[in-house]
Write a protein that binds this ligand. Sequence first.
Ligand code: FAD
Length: 475
Amino acid sequence: MSVALDVMDEELTGWGLAQAARCKVARPEAVAGIADAFAEAARAGQTVALRGAGCSYGDAALNANALVLDCSRLNRILAWDVESGQITVEPGVTIARVWRRTLPDGWWPTVVPGTSAVTVGGAAAMNIHGKNNWHAGAFGESVLAFDLLLPSGKTLTCSRVENADLFTAAIGGMGLLGAFTALTLQTRRVHSGNVWEVTSVHNSLDELIAALDEATTWATDLVAWIDTSARGKRLGRGLLKMSRDLAPDEDLHPAMTLTEAYQTRQRPLMARLPKGWLPRIARPMTTPAGVWLSNRGQWTSGQGVRHRGSHLTSYVGANFPLDAIPGWRESYRPGGLLQHQSMIPAEAASAAFREILDRSQRAGLTPSFAVLKKHRASDALLSCLVDGYSLALDYPVRRGQEGKLRELLGALNDIAAEADGRIYFAKDSTLAPAQTQRMYGDALERFHALKRQYDPQGLLTTDLYQRAIAPLFGD
Ligand SMILES: Cc1cc2nc3c(=O)[nH]c(=O)nc-3n(C[C@H](O)[C@H](O)[C@H](O)COP(=O)(O)OP(=O)(O)OC[C@H]3O[C@@H](n4cnc5c(N)ncnc54)[C@H](O)[C@@H]3O)c2cc1C
């Protein structure tokens, strides 16, 4: 069936607001709309980029002056099996929709990112990770099968046993091989809508990493906040947030805590401010003095946790704290923010992260926010994940400093490469082709061979692909 698509000329941005492009945007509501758009673009010799919720920070879902297919309206839940915890969805279904459907039955998505706004298609295309990555693996490991609509118009069902090469390449394949049109996920059993959460304080990066490693023996989720202003011996000091699932009989009221109403009952004070106030109040926090002050405030309030034991928090509160503060990224306007997330093998991580933090401070570009996580490698073909740790850093883009900031991030990419690490494409805005080659090596050749096979005309692209990968192959 052919479906006429409205195409609008729009300016799209990455989530960090620092990258924008004028694109021709269509929002198909049925799979036939994607197939038609592929055929039409191929006839016209145009390119197509796929887009989910636009939560990638840089240019991963942009296609300047060409077509972008926003898949967020392909948002039906196709099947839910309460016995097995398997759910089949269209690609535009968000993580929020998934947990709302599964949690009341005692299942939680196996891997979730820091915001529930991302779509399942976008999560699979970037092979996203959660705070449980070191033991649960990446998002792709919870994907049992998917249908992939190829640029030829043909749909292939892929799993670990059927079209397995395409399965491991399309997971993390950034929408460059085909469009996911249906995905089946394995969710995980939970016995309560609450988790136990506890925070500890650590005076240096090595102390923080040691505590994180120690907590892996019992915690379900681990994430550390780092004081980016601390220097010298205290460089990389921070707070470690640890949480664990409740055992089967620990919650006396699971029927209540598993409900959507319980999960969404608390709204922090900031979320109750009139629309537009928060960015105005928070904007000074993105200035150099504001970054120093907010680090000091966070660290000082962290001292209080020394005396606070573990407490219960809802899954939504523990996993998506930023979702409760609508519009917080607006405080980074007008310049937006660039994020830099490097994944470094365990043995080199501490030295590389200290160099990254120190180099940023010396450049006068101290990041406004920093998060440390533990990871394990993934079998996805283009995977950034390593057996080690990642450091994600937010950099405000201040007037007149964008060039200097991009130069710094380029240098930080080299530090990551030198340590045998990788930059996460979903957060990237600065990788140069030679750096991508150095980090992803042979996997890039294998990925490109599959791209030639399944997308010989080069229909599918993005600004990120054009910037960081295509020049390596003369595409
Ligand atoms: C506040 C915040 C916190 C975050 N926390 C984390 C985190 O903890 N861990 C983590 O890993 N990431 C995290 N991210 C990044 C985010 O999870 C990824 O960028 C994710 O890919 C975004 O999904 P999306 O639906 O917005 O897709 P988009 O950003 O719109 O697109 C991402 C990629 O998916 C492709 N794509 C979209 N739809 C399809 C489709 N139907 N078929 C094939 N390809 C498709 C696009 O071409 C693009 O390459 C965070 C982002 C934000 C804003």
